[in-house]
Ligand binder design. Structure first.
Ligand SMILES: *Cc1c(COP(=O)(O)O)cnc(C)c1O
Length: 340
């Protein structure tokens, strides 16, 4: 085993040596949301200043939080000599779409193993997957995805291709490193935030933010991941596992990076992708007060959690809260033109 380095400077030096494609547009902007604050203040509760970081404007594949993660994962795929990538997701998967866009940009073949029934109208995201030239392999259930990906990878290998399989959401320790840059941008922004809310699911975004806030001197910031699907205990253990893997990649001791991971699972409602009244209210409120469009699957539910906790008086008016907009708005749209 390699000896562990201990200082943050050493970790940063190691971090900068890890190859990455810089496909996104950075820093993503941070905007204040004064009208949202005014509306919330009208109820009499002390409302902190509210900000939003526009990861939804991050770049290829219509942006979102998969861009930063895939910048590292594709660099690793190319370093291995891969000519083909495979990944998994649902038919509206933001991760699949950004993977397809990156593959197109690098001239790589892309195979997407997707579950979910095809509705009458093609989901906009699937339309784009095909437009970017990805080959889609439909499967019946979530559980079928990973074994199918292995099978397709073997078939490709037998045909002489060099496939690289990307796990769900690119939430590997390597992918999560992408969010160290987001944390650095927040540290460099000149605004001191007290809390950050974001949607969490496969854990990579939260792990990257958690490590990034510590590495870039922002350990005072409370990080709250709001679950889009799984129970808090299951997501926080996934996040802890990714954080441990990141410590290994950066060759730092795990202990200094181990802190409490907060996941709020009270806003999932009946399940992943199923609308909730709180999420619908948040979607409308953001659109009508700030002209900001959320997505129904992830960000609307995450902002609903933030709003509920502000309304419950958890924060004071002299604090500052940042919401990380992780993208996903294409889930609101369908394409009525079949595309092959
Ligand atoms: C994938 C996704 C998330 C969840 O991020 P993880 O890193 O998988 O936890 C949140 N919001 C949107 C819009 C996403 O596409």
């Amino acid at each position: 085993m390699t000896p562990r380095l201990v200082t943050i400077d050493d970790a940063l030096k190691k971090f900068r040596q890890i190859p990455r494609f810089r496909f996104g547009v950075y820093p993503t902007v941070i905007e204040e949301m004064p009208r949202l604050r005014d509306v919330l203040s009208a109820t009499g509760v002390g409302v902190p200043r509210l900000y939003i970081k526009r990861e939804d404007y991050s770049g290829p594949g219509f942006g979102g939080n998969k861009v930063r993660k895939l910048e590292y994962v594709f660099a690793a795929a190319q370093a291995e000599g891969a000519d083909t990538v495979l990944t998994v997701g649902g038919v509206r998967s933001n991760h699949c779409r950004v993977t397809a866009a990156f593959a197109a940009r690098l001239g790589m073949e892309c195979h997407l193993i997707q579950n979910g029934v095809a509705p009458a109208l093609t989901p906009a995201s699937k339309f784009l997957d095909e437009l970017y030239g990805a080959i889609i392999h439909p499967v019946a259930t979530r559980e079928d995805r990973a074994p199918s990906m292995q099978r397709v990878a073997e078939e490709l290998r037998a045909k002489g291709r060099k496939p690289f399989a990307i796990p769900l959401g690119a939430s590997t320790p390597l992918g999560a490193l992408g969010f160290l840059h987001a944390a650095n941008e927040i540290a460099q922004s000149g605004t001191r935030f007290d809390a950050i809310f974001h949607s969490t699911s496969s854990g990579g975004t939260q792990a990257g933010m958690d490590v990034g806030l510590q590495i870039y001197g922002q350990e005072h910031v409370k990080l709250i991941g709001v679950s889009a699907d799984d129970p808090a205990a299951s997501i926080s253990s996934k996040v802890a596992e990714i954080v441990a893997g990141m410590a290994d990649l950066l060759e730092v001791d795990r202990d200094p990076l181990r802190r409490d991971i907060e996941v709020d699972d009270q806003f999932i409602g009946p399940g992943y992708g199923i609308a909730t009244p709180e999420g619908e209210e948040a979607l409308k409120l953001l659109a009508r007060t700030e002209g900001i469009v959320l997505d129904p699957v992830y960000t609307a539910k995450a902002i609903a959690a933030m709003l509920a906790r502000i309304r419950a008086g958890e924060f004071t008016q002299d604090q500052r809260i940042l919401f990380l907009h992780t993208g996903g708005q294409l889930a609101l749209f369908s394409a009525d033109t079949p595309h092959n």
